[in-house]
Ligand binder design. Structure first.
Ligand SMILES: [Zn+2]
Length: 76
């Protein structure tokens, strides 16, 4: 299996999020990191969020292969 090489821009963004986790939260449905003032997840339209472990989640998404429309969005 080919190993996924993280996009440096996404990793940089994840580091920014980890530095200021109070401005972000995680969608409980699709695990995307969204702005803290988001009412409805822009990827899966869920309204349930958690602010726990935002930094780790951001880095996890940034270092894993982006998924297409068939899977959860998991965007940064
Ligand atoms: Zn979502």
């Amino acid at each position: 299996m080919k190993k996924y090489k993280p996009d440096p821009a996404r990793v940089r963004r994840a580091k920014e999020i980890a530095k200021e986790p109070e401005y972000y939260k995680i969608c409980l449905c699709c695990e995307s990191v969204v702005n803290v003032d988001t009412d409805l997840c822009e990827f899966c339209h869920s309204y349930r969020f958690t602010s726990k472990g935002v930094g780790q989640q951001a880095m996890k998404i940034a270092t894993s292969e982006p998924r297409g429309w068939t899977g959860p969005a998991r965007k940064i």
